[in-house]
Design a protein around this ligand. Structure first.
Ligand code: HEM
Length: 154
């Protein structure tokens, strides 16, 4: 199944809207990750030693932004080419950093759930099934590419 113009637009437009409030978005995203999988806390350098989410941590924001932004870019590539194209080095780097941090395949489902719920809350009335499907599909493509890289290296 290809990715349509409409799906690309849904992802791009909602990201444009959401990125106006990165601090809030990042905190919500991480609190959902920990709500769904409390044990994930120990993998993140900036979380493992604190009981609460750090309020203004650049690394926390960076991970949140990367996940959203790369999913959005993956949607664009996926629509144009029918596959996820992230720079070869980036994909290799993404594979090895996650492998090194102890990330495993099931964690990607946790992050997917947290991502979809973050978008849903941020978009409020504009949220709908089509938007959900578009984000889910774009994320799945990107996650599959990262996981493939992790398996190749493991
Ligand atoms: C690090 C992206 C999914 C856990 C990173 C970095 C990037 C990234 C770019 C490097 C950050 C840097 O260079 O500063 C992504 C993308 C994902 C994804 C695009 C999904 C599409 C996940 C998942 C987990 C995870 C599912 C586990 C729940 C981590 C951890 C680090 C990391 C623990 C190291 C962060 C630190 O402690 O500073 N990720 N990630 N990531 N990622 Fe992900």
């Amino acid at each position: 199944m290809g990715f349509t113009d409409k799906q690309e637009t849904l992802v791009k437009d909602s990201w444009e809207f959401m990125k106006q409030d990165i601090p809030q978005l990042s905190l919500r995203f991480f609190s959902l990750i920990l709500e769904i999988a409390p044990a994930a806390k120990n993998m993140f350098s900036f979380l493992k030693d604190s009981d609460e989410l750090p309020q203004n941590n650049p690394k926390l924001k960076a991970h949140a932004v990367k996940v959203f932004k790369m999913t959005c870019e993956s949607a664009i590539q996926f629509r144009k080419k029918g596959e996820v194209v992230v720079g070869e080095t980036t994909l290799k780097y993404l594979g090895s950093i996650h492998l090194q941090k102890g990330v495993a395949d099931p964690h990607f489902e946790v992050v997917k759930e947290a991502l979809l719920r973050t978008v849903e809350e941020a978009m409020g009335k504009k949220w709908n099934d089509e938007m959900k499907e578009a984000w889910a599909e774009a994320y799945d493509q990107l996650a599959a590419a990262i996981k493939a890289e992790m398996h190749a290296e493991a």
